[in-house]
Design a protein around this ligand. Sequence first.
Ligand code: B12
Length: 215
Amino acid sequence: MIDFGALTEAVGDLDEDVMVEILEKVMDEGGSEAQAALDACQKGMDTVGSLFEEGEYFVGDLIYAGELMTKAVEILKDGLVSGDGSGETKTRMILCTVKDDLHDIGKNIVRSMLEAAGFDVLDLGIDVPAEKIIETAKAEDIHIIGLSGVLTLAIDSMKNTIDAMKDAGIRDQVKVVIGGAPVNADVCVQTGADAWASSPQTTIDHCKSWAAAMA
Ligand code: B12
């Protein structure tokens, strides 16, 4: 029996030893609870964020929390990914963190899971300006774009990016899915994206249905 509350607490307390111990137990038991464990870790990151806002934690703690989350994904990876894309022609897509935002842990998780689901993901990295995304989509003939952002100001960057796609005349030819902590249905409407997701699985579902319609 996995104690997910203790896992959330360990991440919130930045207690690497306890976190690793619980995650290894999840994998020793076959990894079927890997997604639930990831969700528990993500809740722990919310605690870290709140303690940062309250002045209890500092930027160094955020950096360490990021390293913990990366480690958590490394341990859980085999339980998170359900590969079914091998052998098929892979749909290429772009994924990146939008301009002015440097957070990439969530994006990297989404990338790993999209790849496992059979997508060929062109990861443009962090703090990516609209021009680079548009240039790449045109040059590589890409029709699915995932935009990630964790800061509130990332919402503006997402909107600006999608507006720039309209100005460049490619908006009708691409599907855009957005994600990250501040993203919800309202933000989806506000930015003009086609879809939004808060979990990698929902992201995969959107991208798969678009890829099927484009095939
Ligand atoms: C770790 C962290 C950092 C690390 C990031 C390391 C890294 N390599 O990413 C570092 C130290 C660099 C950092 C820096 C800063 N941070 Co910071 N950070 C965090 C923290 C604690 C965790 C973020 C995280 O990784 N969460 C875990 C991941 C897995 O969750 P996720 O990103 O939401 O991803 C999931 C889903 O959203 C979805 N998803 C993600 N991407 C995508 C994309 C698509 C297309 C789809 C469909 C789905 C999807 O799937 C993922 C998996 O389930 C958050 C607090 C929090 N609760 O989020 C603060 C937080 C985001 N940071 C914050 C701040 C203020 C900062 C700084 C300004 C601090 C400073 N004074 O310097 C800088 C900003 C730098 C910048 N310009 O971006 C604030 C943002 C406030 C705001 N509302 O804008 C937060 C909320 C903390 C807080 N409560 O104050 N940070």
